[in-house]
Design a protein around this ligand. Sequence first.
Ligand SMILES: Nc1nc2c(c(=O)[nH]1)N[C@H]1C(S)=C(S)[C@@H](COP(=O)(O)OP(=O)(O)OC[C@H]3O[C@@H](n4cnc5c(=O)[nH]c(N)nc54)[C@H](O)[C@@H]3O)O[C@H]1N2
Ligand SMILES: Nc1nc2c(c(=O)[nH]1)N[C@H]1C(S)=C(S)[C@@H](COP(=O)(O)OP(=O)(O)OC[C@H]3O[C@@H](n4cnc5c(=O)[nH]c(N)nc54)[C@H](O)[C@@H]3O)O[C@H]1N2
Ligand code: SF4
Ligand SMILES: [Mo]
Length: 723
Amino acid sequence: MQSSQPARIVRTSCRGCHGVCQVLVHLDAEGRPVKVVGDPQSPTSRGYVCPKGASGPEFIRHPDRLLHPMRRTGPRGGGKWERIGWDEALDLMATTFARIRSESGPEYVALCQGTGRPYTEFTGRFIHAFGSPNYVGPGHNCFLPRLISSAITVGWLPVADVYGHGGVMPAGVLVFGCNAPAFGAADGMCGALQRRALRGARTVLVADPRRTPTAAAADLHLQLRPGSECALVLALLHVIIGEGLHDAEFVEKHCQGFPELAEHVRAFSPEWAAPITRVPAEDIRRAARAFAAASPACVLWGNGIDMSVNAFQTGRALLLLMAVTGNLDVPGGMVHWVPPEGVRCKSPLENKDVLGAQFLTEAQRGRMIGAGRFPFGPGCHQPTFWDACVSGEPYRPRAVWLVGTNPMLTATRGDVVEAALRDHLEFTVASDFFMTPTMELADLVLPAAHWLEQDDVVYFHKLWCVLARRRLAQTGEARDDRAVILDLAHRLGLDEAFPWADWDAYLAWLLEPAGLTFERFAEKGILLGKMCYRKHETEGFPTPSGKVELVSSIMARAGRPSLPVYREPPLSPVSMPELAAEYPLILMSGCKVLPFFHSAGRQIASLRRLRPRPLVAVHPETAARLGLAEGDAADVVTPYGRARFFVRCDAGLARDVVQADHGWWFPERPGPEHGWRESCANLLYGHEQFDPDSGAEPIKCGLCRLEPAERAGRVAADPVAAG
Ligand SMILES: Nc1nc2c(c(=O)[nH]1)N[C@H]1C(S)=C(S)[C@@H](COP(=O)(O)OP(=O)(O)OC[C@H]3O[C@@H](n4cnc5c(=O)[nH]c(N)nc54)[C@H](O)[C@@H]3O)O[C@H]1N2
Ligand SMILES: Nc1nc2c(c(=O)[nH]1)N[C@H]1C(S)=C(S)[C@@H](COP(=O)(O)OP(=O)(O)OC[C@H]3O[C@@H](n4cnc5c(=O)[nH]c(N)nc54)[C@H](O)[C@@H]3O)O[C@H]1N2
Ligand code: SF4
Ligand SMILES: [Mo]
């Protein structure tokens, strides 16, 4: 890599995570990207770049990149492949998918994707237009419980106004089960700008079982027991409403069901919540008063809420907190972004039609695996889907296309996913940058284009602006997932849903109302919406009653509690004391880390150096009691499985709480396994406990014990310097 002056610098936007920072890419004399730095002029990120974004050039040139479509030749998972052309690959997909549709029905073909990424604008659309309701993803554990509870309570997704577009920054911030300020970014917000907002706020409250950097610097750290968050929010509401600290005018004008809510929370005093949450009653009172006094105030919320059997109810409870304190759609509060005019909206967050569910008939919808199991679940429930592939109940899907997901590592019960791929599915296609353990079990693999290899109109999480992304490199025959979907859709005759001739035509169509060509747009780099606040004063809230539904009419109709209730986590010292005698520690897993995006990045040397091996964080006294010291290998054992980690002592944890990294596999070890079973946190969970509303899984609140690993295992598990 060269360090001399770049021949050219191009402004584009990163997609190493969902932060969407604007960056400057340095190109060498041959036009190859050699360096990525932050763009100081960018309103979205103000010069920030994290190690993942900075590693872009190293990432795209990595020798293990998948360069061409490849078809399996030997037995499944045997690691033998032959290179084929894109035409042949797409024909094979089109004929196989069409054959299965005519033999068994469209629902026998499924599409599974990973987290919300650029492909999301076409993945759901494709599979729905094909006629299959089996659109599978990790959203039930991530973001979508909050998105859907917002939709039924407020009518839109309230987002913290940390950018302060109205000229007012938040005076109070409640950081609730979210650690994005420390690890880069999430949900379209840049962590650096979240930190700026936290520095400027008078009151910072953090609800997190871990003493995160944000918690350590906060005015008050509510160190709750994992899984107890709904009880904590109910007690905050009890204090605020009981002491009359709510915004009476907003409640009167814009909320429905306040008297019922006031009556409902009367029982949930701080004294009730203290033994459940382990947060002292006095701290709950202080936090409630401080949050109510801070105006405006916002909430940064995250996976700490989602990965629980209370995900949906906690989401609702926090929405009620935002509402009764009068923080909805006020400058510096929880806002509804106004997107830029003139660009066709392709964000599925704002335009549900993007996902194409309107192309399904009622009968097709009813054929979704797990239909009706979770009234507020998003799409096809991932665990139910993989179970069905193995059990054949209610039927066994025959083909699946995995787009940008590594479910053997990132979904619970990777063993079930592995069995489905190896023994039960007839035809699996997988699209990725690298041969992951999941890719290794496919029948056909497709090379995907990295963000440095894409032209794009970036319009997803960051609704207040639209960013340009520019194609600055081409690696092998890697193609943008969406260009591949368009091509395949045309081969299958799905032209009604995909009327665009190709990717460039689609980009031109998006920009057409603005009168911009893609080139002109790319020169501008960003289009900003004209923010306006308090839109409810003229428009109300887009809910059935036109008001914020403190008492949810939609939940009542679905036969679910119309006011939030707390349910004890199924695997906890309280609900399972006998089991807890054997598994005395509370297990959280998968708290995000700066260098990696879930299961990705382990082969990138600059990232792997920052986190060479999988860690389990544990209180030093607990470690010592078990004969463990910093760096020792230890197995986390649950009733469902075992996985190996290296001990990191963290005095900021409660003595009975541990946190294990997720997504670990070892690209440097021989395929097709790449050692995936050894340190897979998601082998530690069952498929028995779910949030009855959204289908979320208790990934951040299980039971486990920690066992020192034998010496032999210790040596074997220590990875050599990553390649
Ligand atoms: N135990 C535990 N498990 C968790 C979590 C946790 O907290 N704890 N977090 C969960 C959460 S929040 C989520 S969202 C899921 C994420 O689950 P996934 O999205 O499945 O996880 P990733 O590892 O990010 O992505 C999988 C693969 O996609 C590839 N990829 C990245 N970008 C693209 C692209 O644009 N196109 C294509 N074709 N491939 C791409 C990567 O190389 C990687 O191999 O994991 C969940 N799993
Ligand atoms: N670098 C990097 N950035 C990413 C990702 C990544 O993999 N790497 N993933 C992206 C994705 S898909 C997502 S969804 C976001 C996720 O971003 P976050 O929502 O911040 O996710 P986590 O770090 O999993 O969890 C946040 C916090 O919740 C706390 N927590 C755990 N259990 C509980 C609980 O029971 N109650 C409460 N109140 N808190 C709890 C954890 O201690 C942790 O500090 O990040 C995105 N950004
Ligand atoms: S935080 Fe995300 S968007 Fe920003 S530079 Fe890092 S990977 Fe890229
Ligand atoms: Mo996520």
